[in-house]
Structure formats: C-alpha cells, structure tokens
Design a protein around this ligand. Sequence first.
Ligand code: AMP
Length: 433
Amino acid sequence: MAKNENKKELQSVKGMRDMMGDQYYALQGFFEKAQEICEYYGLQPIETPTLEQEDVFLKGVGEGTDIAEKELYSLKTKGRDKLAMRPETTAGIMRAYIEHGMHSKPQPVMFYTYGPVYRHDKPQRGRYRQFWQFGVEILGSTKTISDVMAIHLADLILKESGIKDITLKINSLGDSDSRKEYVKTLTAYYRKHVNKMGATDRQRMKTNPLRILDSKDEKVIEINKEAPQSISSLNTLSKKHFKEVLEHLDQLGIEYEIDHKLVRGLDYYSHTVFEFFTTPDKNEEGEELKPLALGGGGRYDYLAKIMGGKRDVPAVGFAFGVDRIIEATTKEIKPKVKKKPKVYFIQLGQEAKLKSLAIIEELRNAKIPVSHSLSKDGLSQQLAIAEKLGVTQVLIFGHKEALEGSVIVRTMKTRSQKTVAIDKLADYLKKTK
Ligand code: AMP
C-alpha cells in the first residue's frame, strides 16, 4: 500500500450517515409517537435481526425486483452461510411468524417494528443506503378491517408527526387468480409494443411485467398510458374486498386517489396496495420537486407459502421511510427524554464544582429538569447560556454556598435572589414557577 493511502482519514460508507443531535432526537421522537399510537390499537413490538439468511429476502421480496437483484447487501460468512442485510422488514417478520408457530396464537398477530434497513441504491435526495423504517404488520386475517386498520394507522402516524399535505394512492391487484389474469393481459398488451421498449423493460416482461408500469423510459411511459388496469382483471371476490376497503376509508374520512399504475414492485402483494406521497414541493430555485414516497404497503396473502411456509398466512402491512418523514415535517418532533430545562445551574469555584453533581442528582430524583455546563468557570459565561436557554430561574452555587450548604435561587426576570438550603431546594423549586 502507498504511504499516503495509509494516512487517508476513514469515512462513513457512502449513503450512510451518523445520526446525532436534532436528527437523532427527531428519529426517537417519531418512534415514540408512532409506538404510542400502535400500542393504543393493540399492536406489539418486534425487532427481527438486521442480518438474515439471504433466502429470506430472495424468496420473500422476490426475484426480478431491484431490491432483491441489485440492492441487496449480501455476504458470505466464514462458515459459508449466505446472509444479507435486511432491505425491508416484512420478510423477516413473516420468517419469525412461521419459525415461532404464531399461527397457534389468537389471530391476527399485530406487530410494529422500527430500525435501520439497507439498500445498495444510488444515493440522492431522500435516498440513502442505510435508512430507518417504521413498519406495521397484521398477520393472520383476511378481513378488510385489517387493510383499513393498517391504512388508518399509517394516516394517523403521518398526521401526528406534522405531515399535513399527503396524498394516499391506492389500488388492488386482487387475489392470485386475478393477479395472474392481470399479468397475462398486461403481458399481451406489452407484447404488441415490444419493439418500442428498451432492454430493461423487455427483460421485465419475462421476470416481473408489473414493474414495467413503473418504467422511467419516456417511450414506455407513453405506452403505459393505455395499459390495461388491474381492477379490470379482478374477480368477484377481489372486487368485493376492494370495494369494502374503500367504503371503510370513506367512513373514516380518509381521502385517497385510485392509481391504476400503483402495483408496488414486490412479488408478494395481493389485493390492496397503497402508498403515501408528499404533495409537490419547490426547491431553492423554485423548481417543482417530484413528490416523495413516505411509505407504502399492502396485503401479502401469499408470502408465507412463497417463503416455504406450510400454510397460507393472510397478512397486510406497511412501512414508512422515517428519514423522509423527518425531512418533510414542519413540526419539531421531540422525544420525551428531551425536556425543556426549568432551571440552569451555575457553579463558581473548585469547591462548588466538586459538590455540583450531588445537587444535580437530587434535582433529577425530584424530576426537575436542570441544565448546566460544569466545565465552564465564569459567572457571565454561564449566565449567558442561561439567557439563551430562556430559563426562568438560575441556581448560583459559589464557594460560600458550598461551605454553608445552600444555593442562591435567582429569578431571571426580576433579578431577585433568595438563599435556600440544599435539602429544601427541590421542594422550593417545585413550588415556584
Ligand atoms: P418501499 O417498501 O420500498 O416502498 O419503502 C418504504 C418507504 O421507505 C418508502 O416509501 C420510502 O419512504 C422509504 N425508502 C425507500 N427507499 C429509501 C431509501 N433508499 N432511502 C430513504 N428512504 C427510503
């Protein structure tokens, strides 16, 4: 290795970031809000490993999809196991459901999950290689109320996270017969236009024709305008299912747009598919930005069998891109642990500094949020920080107070001061505003 290369500073991996400060708190705050809503509706937490057998995703997400074919972070262990970093959370949860025989529990089993996922995609606006997803999975029920519950929860979480302008797009692929019928009709349609299609979309005709509906190729976008719609291939049962879902949404007052091109690329979807988008925004140059998908999901009644399960597990769920929600929200999402300090603690001199931690601990036990900068020395420096924080009171603990066992409580507005014994301090502060 060349000498200079040795000296190169190490950097984080492309598309992966260190989460700190406000960004960290926003992630945590979002999770707390989403968790509170899910717990209220009776869902339980689950966290599956970030690393799984590669097959969980190859089978679960499906071959012929970008996620499984191009974007999977795969690795071989020294024992030659083929593992992969999870690119989404649904397949892992289904693996867990089957592995733990959860079919014998009262159905449906309802989970929420939160954590990082990995996709080797090209980093750009709102697209990272490690990003956070919050997901909900309702397993073991064919009932439309489960589809509606998933959409309702997603809608609630977005609104309570301060996302105001959202568009919910929805479509139905129907059951496996309807889906097969649709793929057949769609393939026949594309076959008529095959000479105008590029290599990627031609390949998709063989592997996953539904994905052609997402094509970015201008010519194919034109072809797609007249493409057959999935709802035209729905059989009676599938039509009934979709109609019921839409009726429930109407009753709940959740607005939606039926989008015939929405099929979601993954193999495992059936019946209801949906996606939440931001309403178009402008960049600094005033150009309109393309709406970003904040989350999406749908029903996946056949995933369990695709993954080698012995029985069908009808299920529905969704996943949010939490990084995008945090970037799109106008609301400051704070976690519970981040409390506005009631008082600022100032210490002056070595004697006081050493006794400070014990006083702060007493205040913590009394649940009084206190801020401090113990490594600072001067009064004016510390007062300036207190002003900036906007606290109403400061505590001044100098050499004399340290010897006497007291603290000066100073009200910022009136500048009035009162000396209070340390053992009475918490009670005194609780009584004052
Ligand atoms: P998907 O299951 O692919 O629809 O992903 C669910 C959500 O995750 C999307 O709606 C996005 O909000 C988010 N997402 C997907 N890919 C990325 C990425 N590379 N970086 C950040 N967020 C992403």
